[in-house]
Design a binder for this molecule. Structure first.
Ligand SMILES: Cc1cc2nc3c(=O)[nH]c(=O)nc-3n(C[C@H](O)[C@H](O)[C@H](O)COP(=O)(O)OP(=O)(O)OC[C@H]3O[C@@H](n4cnc5c(N)ncnc54)[C@H](O)[C@@H]3O)c2cc1C
Length: 377
C-alpha cells in the first residue's frame, strides 16, 4: 500500500473532526480525515443538536459563549444556516421546592460576571411556552440559545471542509499509530497508510483506544444517551424545554416532530459499536414530557435510538496536546454536550497546531488532568 503524506491526520469524521479539519485547512494546512465508517456515523449523527449555554459547567462557559456567537453567524462560517434557530433554552422549575436550584445558579453566574441566564416567573414562562402545563412555577432562560438540525450541520461542515481542501477518507479504520524515524507519525488503516507530523484524536467513544495507540493512557467512561421522535404535529413550542430534577429535553423540529431526550441512558457495547435502547428508562423521559405537555400524551413515537460517546470523570471534555508525545492532540469526552461547542473547538485546534497556543480558556480541559488522576488512584 502507498504512503500518503499530509500535514495533519484527523482520526474520526464526526463534527469535531470536521470542524478541526476545516479550521486547519483554512489556516493553510493539508488535512486528511480518516473515518472508520462514514462521516456522522456516531454521536454527531445521533445527537439532539441542542445549542445550549444554559447550565453549562463554569469552566465551559467562556468557550460556550464564543461558540454561541459563532452559531449566530454559522452561515458565514460554513455556508449554510444548519437549521439553527435561537428560540432560547428554558430550564423549568415545576414546583416551589425547585426554585432554590435556579436562584443558586443565577447567583453563581452573576458572581462570575455572566448575565446570559435569567430567572423568569410563571407568567413569562407561560407567555413564552403557552402549551406547557400550568402547574409550573418559574424557569431559567438563556434567550440566545436554541437548536440546530444535526444532519444539515454535518453536511454543511463536510461541504465547507472539502471546499477548503480537506481529504475525507471513509471506511478507513485506524489500526496503529507509530512514530517513524523523522518527525512524522505513521498512521495505519485497513485501506492505506498515512504519514503526518500532527495527529488529532477525535475518535469519540473510541478515543481511549486511539490515545493508547499513540502511548497515552487516558481513562474514559461512556454514555449511551437515548432519544425519542414522535409523529409530526402542528406547531407546539419554539424554545427547547428542560426541567429541574427530571430527565427531559423537549423541542419541536422544523418538520413538526417532537424530539425528546435529556440524557436518559441506554446500553452500549463500545467494542462492537452497538448501542441499545432501554425502554424502561426511556419511559421516564416520555412521562416527564407528558407531565409538562399533557397534550402530547396520545402522540405516536415513530423512532427511538441511543448514541455512543465518551464520558470523562468530571464531565468536561479533553481538548489539548498530549503531555507525553509530540504532535498528538486529543479532542473527545464531550460527555453528552459537545454539539454546541463544535465551531469553537475547531478554531482552538487551529490555534494550538498552527500558532502553538490559544488565547481561549482551555486549561480545565487538559488531557493530563485525567492521566494524573489515574496515577493518584
Ligand atoms: C443522543 C445524543 C444526544 C445529544 N444531544 C446533544 C445536545 O443536545 N447538545 C449538545 O451540545 N451535545 C449533544 N450530544 C453530544 C454531541 O452530539 C457530541 O458531543 C458530538 O457529536 C461529538 O462529536 P465527535 O466528533 O467528538 O464524536 P463522533 O461524532 O462520535 O465521531 C467520532 C468518530 O470517530 C470514528 N472512529 C472511532 N474509532 C476510529 C478508528 N479507529 N479509526 C477511524 N475512525 C474512528 C467513529 O466512527 C466516529 O464517526 C448528544 C449526543 C448523543 C449521543
Amino acid at each position: 500500500m502507498t504512503m500518503s503524506k499530509t500535514d495533519v491526520v484527523v482520526i474520526g469524521g464526526g463534527l469535531h473532526g470536521l470542524s478541526a479539519a476545516l479550521h486547519l485547512a483554512r489556516a493553510g494546512k493539508a488535512v486528511s480525515i480518516l473515518e472508520r465508517s462514514w462521516v456522522g456515523r456516531h454521536a454527531s449523527g445521533a445527537t439532539a443538536a441542542g445549542v445550549r449555554t444554559l447550565n453549562r459547567h463554569l469552566a465551559e462557559v467562556p468557550i460556550s459563549l464564543e461558540a454561541m456567537d459563532m452559531w449566530h453567524n454559522i452561515e458565514s462560517i460554513v455556508g449554510d444556516h444548519c437549521g439553527f434557530h435561537a428560540h432560547g433554552q428554558i430550564n423549568v422549575a415545576e414546583f416551589e421546592s425547585h426554585l432554590p436550584v435556579l436562584q443558586k445558579r443565577v447567583s453563581t453566574m452573576q458572581a462570575a460576571g455572566y448575565d446570559h441566564e435569567e430567572l423568569i416567573d410563571r407568567d413569562e414562562l407561560l407567555r413564552l411556552v403557552p402549551t406547557i402545563s400550568p402547574h409550573v412555577t418559574a424557569a431559567l432562560i438563556a434567550r440566545g440559545d436554541g437548536a440546530a438540525d444535526p444532519h444539515r450541520t454535518i453536511a454543511a461542515f463536510r461541504r465547507a471542509a472539502e471546499a477548503a481542501g480537506v481529504a475525507i477518507i471513509e471506511g478507513a479504520r485506524v489500526t496503529a499509530i507509530e512514530r517513524d524515524r523523522g518527525d512524522d507519525w505513521t498512521i495505519r488503516t485497513e485501506v492505506g497508510t498515512y504519514a503526518a507530523p500532527v495527529v488529532i484524536n477525535v475518535a469519540g467513544a473510541w478515543a481511549a483506544d486511539i490515545a493508547a495507540m499513540a502511548g497515552d493512557d487516558i481513562p474514559l467512561g461512556h454514555k449511551a444517551s437515548m432519544m425519542i421522535v414522535t409523529e409530526r404535529i402542528a406547531p407546539l413550542l419554539k424554545p427547547v424545554v428542560s426541567v429541574v430534577g427530571r430527565p427531559l429535553s423537549f423541542k419541536q423540529s422544523d418538520q413538526g416532530t417532537l424530539v425528546i431526550g435529556g440524557g436518559l441512558q441506554g446500553k452500549a457495547d463500545i467494542p462492537a459499536q452497538k448501542s441499545f435502547v432501554d425502554f424502561n428508562e426511556l419511559a421516564k423521559g416520555a412521562r416527564a414530557a407528558t407531565d409538562l405537555f399533557p397534550c402530547v400524551g396520545p402522540l405516536r413515537i415513530v423512532r427511538s435510538w441511543a448514541g455512543m460517546e465518551a464520558k470523562t470523570e468530571d464531565y468536561l471534555p479533553v481538548i489539548g496536546v498530549s503531555p507525553n508525545v509530540d504532535g498528538i492532540y486529543h479532542v473527545f469526552g464531550f460527555s453528552g454536550h459537545g454539539f454546541q461547542l463544535v465551531p469553537v473547538v475547531g478554531a482552538i485546534m487551529a490555534d494550538l497546531i498552527v500558532r502553538g497556543s490559544t488565547g481561549r480558556k482551555i486549561e480545565a480541559f487538559a488531557p493530563s488532568r485525567l492521566m494524573e488522576q489515574r496515577h493518584v488512584a
